[in-house]
Design a protein around this ligand. Structure first.
Ligand SMILES: [Zn+2]
Length: 458
């Protein structure tokens, strides 16, 4: 940090906001400069800054002007999305290594104050929406002013920003105060059941941007998998061979297992999967894939359809690895439901007669079910983006073969003790040879999803 540029400089401080103190704040998003201000009304504000010492002449930094919200920011309230917005803003700034959160005090309840906000909550408990609740209390719908925020940004040497906000009124206010908003970006925070009504009101009555909810998964996967085809385009694509939604290929593994590495109990009870925190993530992965690969044991255990549900996109081609053709003709993966299936069996395995035309039986020599051989079969049919979805044995075999570009390994907070194994492979005597890669982590409810970017290690 440059001491010179951060020293108190009376000439740079606007008349109404005074820079009082500067220190540093270590957070779970890393170290920030913490600069404290007092405005002309005596209200105290802070700015958390990272990498802006050399602001002069460089590109507009990410900036969030965050309105104080005790309930959301400190208590993690889900009545609003303030706490998650703040966290996402700090994460975005940390990821870019540069940016500022201006934390504006006195903005509780869009400027009406903490207790008035709680009174408005009490009215909302009776069914009044957030706008009408403020009005019923004789208070403005939005009483916030942003001059202190603009002056703090100017004090930090920032005149142009890329604003992290879903609120166009905030952008306009900053522009009016001389801060150029070169871009405004909505943070990828998904709605929750507890705040969906509140957020819908802000969108309908206060011009807030549409929910990024469904797209939040896409944001998480941004750059990981090429985007899904547009709705019109998807209709034109036939699922049958020669269909190639996007050029290029990518192989992604995903598995959800207990914290101690099992996907089911000894008897095959996989009950903890009924409440999967990563449901949306898995659906999104399916929607982005051309083909989804599962082992026969998983089909027999779960009779899954592997269809896309709850997110936009079409269902991928199903690929069932089943050397002994153990999967019965009535399995959902072999159903005539408009989604084609490649049923990969060994040369002499007997398959039932009368399979639908959507099922292609692919015969491989029994000794030739290696992951690379399976991928050859898929690539020859134009299926480039492949999701290896389960179970533990199948994902482990693709991992061990070194063909996974990414692995999303979700751990659920369950200890099974002994049972059907999740990720297992032969390993090595030398820990230095353990599989690792750059990782990112996502919290999905009670689950933690770790993304291994194996492609980055090649
Ligand atoms: Zn809030």
């Amino acid at each position: 940090m440059s001491i010179q540029s951060t020293q108190f400089d009376p000439a740079r401080v606007p008349a109404t906001v005074e820079r009082i103190v500067e220190t540093v704040l270590p957070t779970r998003h890393g170290m920030f400069r913490l600069v404290g201000y007092r405005d002309g009304t005596g209200t105290e504000h802070v700015a958390l800054a990272r990498g802006i010492d050399d602001a002069a002449g460089s590109a507009a930094p990410l900036v969030r002007v965050h309105s104080e919200c005790l309930t959301g920011d400190a208590f993690g309230s889900w009545r609003c999305d303030c706490g998650e917005q703040l966290d996402a803003a700090l994460a975005a700034i940390a990821a870019e290594g540069r940016g500022v959160v201006v934390y504006v005090r006195g903005h509780e309840g869009r400027g009406i104050g903490l207790l008035a906000k709680l009174k408005a909550y009490a009215l909302q408990d009776q069914g009044v929406d957030t706008v009408d609740a403020n009005t019923a209390l004789g208070l403005p719908v939005d009483a916030r002013r942003y001059d202190q925020a603009a002056e703090i940004l100017q004090d930090l040497g920032i005149s142009a920003v890329r604003l992290l906000s879903g609120n166009p009124a905030k952008e306009e206010a900053l522009e009016d105060l001389g801060i150029a908003v070169v871009e405004r970006r909505n943070l990828p925070v998904a709605d929750r059941a507890e705040n969906a009504g509140y957020l819908a009101t802000k969108r309908a009555r206060m011009r807030h941007d549409a929910a990024p909810a469904a797209d939040a998964w896409e944001s998480l996967l941004d750059g990981v998998v090429p985007a899904a085809p547009a709705p019109g385009e998807a209709e034109e694509l036939t699922h049958r061979y020669g269909y190639l939604a996007q050029p290029g290929s990518q192989v992604i593994g995903q598995l959800r297992q207990s914290l101690d590495g099992f996907i089911a109990s000894r008897s095959g009870d996989a009950g903890f999967h009924q409440d999967r925190g990563d449901h949306g993530h898995l659906q999104r992965l399916r929607a982005l894939a051309d083909a989804v690969v599962v082992g026969a044991s998983t089909v027999l255990a779960e009779d899954c359809s592997l269809a896309v549900a709850d997110v936009p996109g079409r269902s991928p081609v199903r690929v069932v690895l089943d050397a002994a053709a153990k999967v019965g003709g009535d399995a959902r993966v072999l159903a005539d439901d408009g989604v084609p299936t490649l049923w990969i069996v060994s040369g002499d395995a007997a398959v039932p007669p009368g399979l639908p035309a959507s099922v292609e039986v692919v015969r491989l020599p029994a000794e030739d079910f290696a992951p690379r051989r399976v991928l050859d079969v898929l690539h020859a049919r134009g299926l480039g983006k492949v999701l290896v979805e389960g179970g533990g044995n199948t994902v482990s075999r693709f991992l061990e073969a070194g063909v996974l570009d990414r692995l999303y390994l979700t751990t659920a907070p369950v200890l099974v003790g002994d049972g059907v194994p999740g990720i297992r492979f032969s390993g090595s005597d030398v820990l230095a040879e353990a599989r690792t890669a750059p990782v990112r982590r996502f919290v999905f409810g009670q689950d933690i999803c770790t993304e291994f970017n194996f492609a980055a290690t090649r």
